[in-house]
Design a protein around this ligand. Sequence first.
Ligand code: SF4
Length: 504
Amino acid sequence: MTEALLDRTDTQTAERTYEVRTFGCQMNVHDSERISGLLEDAGYAKAPDGETPDLVVFNTCAVRENADNRLYGHLGQLKPLKESSGMQIAVGGCLAQKDQNTVLERAPWVDVVFGTHNIGSLPTLLERSRHNQEASIEILEALETFPSTLPTKRESVHSGWVSISVGCNNTCTFCIVPSLRGKEKDRRPGEILAEVQALVDDGAVEVTLLGQNVNTYGVEFGDRAAFAKLLRACGEIEGLERVRFTSPHPASFTDDVIDAMAETHNVMPQLHMPLQSGSDRILKAMRRSYRGKKFLGILDKVRERMPHAAVTTDIIVGFPGESEEDFEDTMCVVEASRFSSAFTFQYSPRPGTPAAEMEDQIPKEIVQKRFERLIALQNRITAEENAAMVGTTQELLVTADSGSKGEQTGRLTGRAPDNRLVHFSIPEGSPTPRPGDFVTVPITEAGSFHLLSDPAASDYQLRRSRAGDAWDRWQADSCGVGTTQVEGSKPGSVSLGMPTLRAQ
Ligand code: SF4
């Protein structure tokens, strides 16, 4: 977009407010940060809670079942509001990329439809639609500008996400991502590291490197060791205390990455590694080129180098043709893997994927029963793994959200190095941390999905951090003129793995 266009957009949208509603995975949550940044750059302001915004942007996901019904349901709800208030509605993301004109056919009151490759055009498209009094649609088949080069409005002061690649060269038969996001595109390492440094300069102490397939990073510029090198380079960035990444692919998970994780002081002992199935036959049908044995072998190596690493995963139950025996294989691999938690999904056909056309789709009742068995197994393992943490001492990065029971219990929330969620109380007379500070506490109790710490004063240590200082600055700014680009952490939105639904 030209500067002239940006300037024009600036003056004409000075008083307009916006809201972004995000569906889907972390990639989408990150894209929504870009959308917010772009809009604020173009003169929009985030709508105060409870007020009707002038613009609602839907950042959609096509991966989950019923994603389209849900979107059109939301759009239908907004229709009367749009008619009475003149609000603008924009739809972007994977579903927009997939459905293109269908969005306007089914919801003709939508003003702008934009794809995953041209987020940067949104302010111009909004402007054009307002000016011409008609819907604007622009979907590109290839990436226009790497998303990370667009302005960002970060969701959290202490933590940031950095895209290292987008797209995927694999062809998993259940997945719609390759056709929507295209082939893998890698950013140059210098650009990525400059963005990480900029986040750190801005107060962040934690960065998550993001890509559909992070460990094939470098394939585009011909360096197979590029991801391990990138992790090690992150270790050189002063002030960066925690580095995470999501998601790697087991087929391309090489020892150099394990070595880099183990030998780089700020890479956290945590791994999100999608299993999808423990049956070799089903993995083949999914076109995932590793096998159960290889997967378990990787976990062994990771734990040999990082004994306290927490491993999480994604699993699909009921893929077409999955027999009872295949499912038992999955249960065996899950039992052996000792995941600290798992994102489990019932297979549902996604139109446009090869698996949707496969014969032998599994009846819903069978899928449901298997799913319940898998959940019961994983819940037991999660509880056992959590129980094993009781008595350990953990340094927590304090987040701004104290969870649903926080107000009742007075506990705050933090993340352990292995990313486990810990609710902790502050001993009487001890100082209160700010979001972004670190506390060191003993784990005193294990819940099913989180840990608890009720420390004595002598067991509680607070370490104030630059991120906490940045939080203070943000608080001060938000009471006054508030020109800052960051806002309070919403840690509930930071989850690893397959899609979740969240409204921003
Ligand atoms: S599941 Fe992951 S690796 Fe497979 S095609 Fe989709 S994005 Fe690529």
